[in-house]
Design a binder for this molecule. Structure first.
Ligand code: C2E
Ligand code: CA
Ligand code: CA
Length: 638
C-alpha cells in the first residue's frame, strides 16, 4: 500500500519523475563525495575487497552524473525510460555504498575509515529518502539498500556500541519511510492542485472561445486560431476567408422563434463542418454569420469550396418537422492576394459579402478593389442624404400604371429621384438601402408620401397614387397616423392612396405590420404586394392581408428569366387574383410583345417604359390631360 502510486495521473507522474533529474548538480556533488570517500577508504584500508567495492562505487557514481546530464534530452522525455535508468543507478549506488560501509566494519578496517563510510552511508540514506520523495518507491528502495548491508553486518558483531548503532539504524528505517511518504503526499497534492487549476483555466479559455449554439469557434476563438494559423502559413500558400451571412434568417427567427433559429444555425454549422476539410477553421461570427478560413492552392479551389458551401446550405433541412429552405450569401477574400494581413482580408471578405447580398443574395462574391471605391461612395451618400432634403435635391417622379384592356391610366407610382449637384442623377436602388440602414428612410418616406399625396390631389378623382413603403417605415411608431396626416394635409381621400409593400415587410414584425395595415385599411387606404416572385412568393399572405393588387416583378416580364416558366407563373397568379378579386400588375413592360403576352396571361394592369418612364409632376398632369382629350370624344359618342 505504501508504494501504490499507480493512481497518480500520468502528467503528475511525469512531473515527479522529472524532479528526479531536476538538479543534476546535487547528484554531481553526491557522486564527487562518493568517489572521494571511497578513494580515501580504499587507500587507508588497504584491503582488496574494500578497494574493489569502492572502485565499483566510483564507476557507478561517475556514470550516473553523465547519464543525468545526457538522458533527459536524449530519451525524448520518455518518463518510463528516465525512471528505469534512474532506478537502476540509484539502487546499485545505494547498495554498493551500503556494502562498502558494511565491509569496512566486517573486515575491521581502521576505525576512522569505518567511521567515514558508515557515517557517509547513514547520511546518504536519510538524505536520499527526502530528496527522492517524489518517487517514494525509489527513495525507500535506496534507503533500504544502503542500510540493510549495514544492519546485517552490525548484527553479526557483539560489541555494545555497535549493537546500539544497529538499533539506531533499524529505527531510522521506518522513521525515514514515514517522512518520505509524508513529503511525497504533500508534493503530490500540491502538484495535483496546480494541475487542476491549470486544467480549469484551460477549460474556461476553451469555453470563452466556443459558440454555445453551434459548438464552433466564436469570434474570439476565430481570431485566436487565425493569428496562429497565419504564423504557420507557408509563404507560397494562400488562405481563403469565406464570410457567410444566411439570407433571411431573421425571418425564421421572428416567425418561428429562437429555438428553431438556433437549431437551424446548428444544422448549418454541421453541414459546414462536414463539407470543409478538417484543417479548415470554422466559426460562427455572431448572429447568422459564419466565417470559414481554409488553405487553398489557387483561386479555382476557392471557387469550388464556395459553390459546395452554397449547394449544401441551400439543401432543404428538416427542423422540428418543418421543412426549411435557407440560402446564404458568401463574401470571399484571399490572403495574400487581397491583403497582407488578417484585418485587411477580413474587411475584403466583408465588403464582398455586402456585394453578394446587394446583388440578390444566395451567391458568392470575390473581393474586388472596386468594392472599396463603392463603399466610399456609399459613405458619401450616407453623409449627403441627410442634407439632400433640405437642399431640395430630391423630387418625386410619377410612372403611369395603365389598364391593359382600355389603355387608360389608372394610377401613378411615385418614384423618388435624387439630382445630386456633382454626382448627377442617383438611382433609388442606390440610396434607398442606405436610407434604410441609417434610419433616414423615416423622414424621407414621410416627405415622399406627403409630396405624392399633394400631387395626386390635383388629378382627377379616378386616378390613384401608389407609394412604396420600406419595412422600417411601417415599424416606426405612429407610422399609420403619419400617413393619414399626410392625406389630410393634402386633402386626398384615403381610397386614392395605395401603399406598395414587399413580402419582406410581411415577414418582419408581424404584429406591428398587422396593426398598421388594419388601421389604414379601415380608413380606406389600399395595399399592393410589390415585387411578387422575387422573395418567398408565399401565397399565404394574399389571404391574410387585404391586397387589392399584386405587382408581378419585372424579371418575369422582361428579365433574363422571362419565358415559358414565368408565363405559367403569371397565369397562375392572375387566375388566383381574379378569384380573390385582386388586380394583377405586370411591371417593366418595354415592348408591345410583352404587353400582349402579359395581357394574354391574364394581367389586368401594366407599367413600364412601353407606356412611359417616371416623369415629373407637371408631365404626369400633361399625360392625364392628353389621355382625357383622347378619350373624351369617344365618351361623348358612346
Ligand atoms: P419598384 O417599386 O419595383 O419600382 C419600379 C422600378 O422599375 C422603378 O425603378 C422604375 O423606374 C423601374 N421601371 C419601370 N418601368 C420599367 C421598364 O419598363 N423597364 C425597366 N428596366 N425598369 C422599369 P426606380 O425608380 O429606379 O426604383 C427602384 C426601386 O427603388 C423601386 O422598385 C422601389 O423598390 C425603390 N423606390 C423607388 N422610389 C421609392 C420610394 O419613394 N420609397 C421607397 N421606399 N422605395 C422606393
Ligand atoms: Ca413599387
Ligand atoms: Ca416592383
Amino acid at each position: 500500500m505504501l508504494f501504490r502510486t499507480s493512481a497518480i495521473d500520468d502528467r503528475v507522474r511525469k512531473i515527479l519523475v522529472e524532479s528526479l533529474y531536476a538538479q543534476p548538480i546535487s547528484l554531481a556533488i553526491g557522486a564527487a563525495n562518493g568517489i572521494l570517500t571511497s578513494a580515501i577508504a580504499a587507500y587507508f584500508a588497504g584491503n582488496p575487497t574494500i578497494t574493489l567495492a569502492c572502485a565499483l562505487l566510483s564507476v557507478i557514481a561517475f556514470s550516473r552524473v553523465l547519464l543525468a546530464l545526457a538522458l533527459p534530452r536524449m530519451a525524448n522525455r520518455d518518463t518510463r525510460l528516465l525512471e528505469r535508468v534512474y532506478e537502476f543507478g540509484a539502487f546499485s549506488y545505494s547498495l554498493l555504498l551500503g556494502i562498502s560501509a558494511a565491509l569496512t566494519v566486517y573486515l575491521d578496517a581502521p576505525p576512522h575509515v569505518q567511521l567515514l563510510l558508515v557515517a557517509n552511508t547513514i547520511g546518504y540514506a536519510t538524505g536520499i529518502a527526502a530528496r527522492n520523495a517524489g518517487r517514494p518507491m525509489i527513495a525507500i528502495g535506496q534507503l533500504l539498500l544502503a542500510l540493510i548491508p549495514l544492519v546485517i553486518c552490525l548484527a553479526t558483531r557483539r560489541e555494545p556500541a555497535l549493537l546500539a548503532l544497529l538499533l539506531a539504524v533499524i529505527l531510522l528505517i521506518p522513521a525515514m519511510m514515514t517522512i518520505t511518504m509524508q513529503v511525497f503526499r504533500t508534493l503530490r497534492s500540491s502538484i495535483l492542485a496546480a494541475e487542476t487549476s491549470q486544467r480549469l483555466a484551460e477549460k474556461m479559455q476553451h469555453l470563452a472561445r466556443t459558440d454555445v449554439v453551434t459548438g464552433l469557434l466564436n469570434r474570439a476563438g476565430l481570431n485566436h486560431h487565425l493569428v496562429e494559423r497565419l504564423m504557420r502559413l507557408d509563404p507560397d500558400q494562400k488562405m481563403a476567408l469565406f464570410w457567410l451571412d444566411l439570407d433571411r434568417f431573421k425571418e425564421v427567427n421572428d416567425t418561428l422563434g429562437h429555438q428553431v433559429g438556433d437549431k437551424l444555425l446548428a444544422e448549418v454549422a454541421k453541414r459546414l463542418t462536414a463539407l470543409m476539410p478538417a484543417s479548415a477553421t470554422i466559426s460562427r461570427f455572431g448572429g447568422d454569420e459564419f466565417v470559414v478560413a481554409c488553405e487553398a492552392v489557387n483561386r479555382h479551389e476557392v471557387e469550388v469550396f464556395a459553390s459546395t458551401m452554397l449547394e449544401h446550405i441551400t439543401r432543404p433541412m428538416r427542423i422540428d418537422d418543418l421543412r426549411m429552405d435557407i440560402a446564404t450569401s458568401i463574401g470571399i477574400a484571399i490572403l495574400p492576394d487581397d491583403g497582407k494581413d488578417l484585418e485587411t482580408v477580413m474587411q475584403g471578405a466583408d465588403l464582398a459579402l455586402y456585394h453578394a447580398k446587394v446583388n440578390g443574395r444566395n451567391q458568392a462574391s470575390f473581393f474586388d478593389p472596386a468594392m472599396t471605391r463603392n463603399l466610399v461612395r456609399r459613405k458619401e451618400i450616407e453623409a449627403e442624404l441627410r442634407i439632400a432634403l433640405q437642399r431640395d435635391e430630391l423630387s418625386i417622379f410619377f410612372q403611369p400604371i395603365v389598364d391593359l384592356e382600355t389603355g387608360r391610366i389608372r394610377a401613378f407610382e411615385a418614384l423618388v429621384r435624387w439630382f445630386h449637384p456633382e454626382k448627377g442623377e442617383l438611382r433609388p436602388d442606390e440610396f434607398i438601402p442606405v436610407a434604410e440602414e441609417t434610419g433616414a428612410i423615416i423622414t424621407l418616406g414621410n416627405w415622399i408620401t406627403a409630396q405624392a399625396a399633394k400631387a395626386a390631389a390635383q388629378w382627377p378623382d379616378d386616378i390613384t397614387i401608389a407609394v412604396n413603403l420600406s419595412p422600417l417605415q411601417i415599424r416606426a411608431p405612429g407610422a399609420a397616423l403619419g400617413i393619414l396626416t399626410a392625406l389630410r394635409d393634402a386633402k386626398l381621400s384615403p381610397h386614392r392612396l395605395e401603399l406598395e409593400i414587399t413580402e419582406t415587410v410581411l415577414l418582419e414584425h408581424s404584429e406591428n405590420t398587422e396593426a398598421f395595415v388594419a388601421e389604414l385599411a379601415a380608413a380606406g387606404v389600399r395595399f399592393a404586394l410589390d415585387d411578387f416572385g422575387t422573395g418567398y412568393s408565399s401565397l399565404g399572405y394574399l389571404n391574410k392581408y387585404p391586397f387589392s393588387k399584386i405587382k408581378v416583378d419585372r424579371s418575369f416580364v422582361s428579365g433574363a428569366n422571362a419565358g415559358k416558366k414565368s408565363d405559367a407563373i403569371i397565369r397562375a397568379v392572375s387566375g388566383m387574383g381574379s378569384t380573390l378579386g385582386m388586380e394583377i400588375v405586370a411591371e417593366g413592360l418595354e415592348t408591345v410583345e410583352q404587353v400582349e403576352a402579359v395581357r394574354a396571361a391574364g394581367c389586368t394592369l401594366g407599367q413600364g417604359y412601353y407606356f412611359s418612364r417616371a416623369v415629373p409632376d407637371y408631365l404626369a398632369a400633361m399625360l392625364i390631360a392628353q389621355e382625357r382629350e383622347k378619350f373624351a370624344p369617344q365618351r361623348a359618342v358612346g
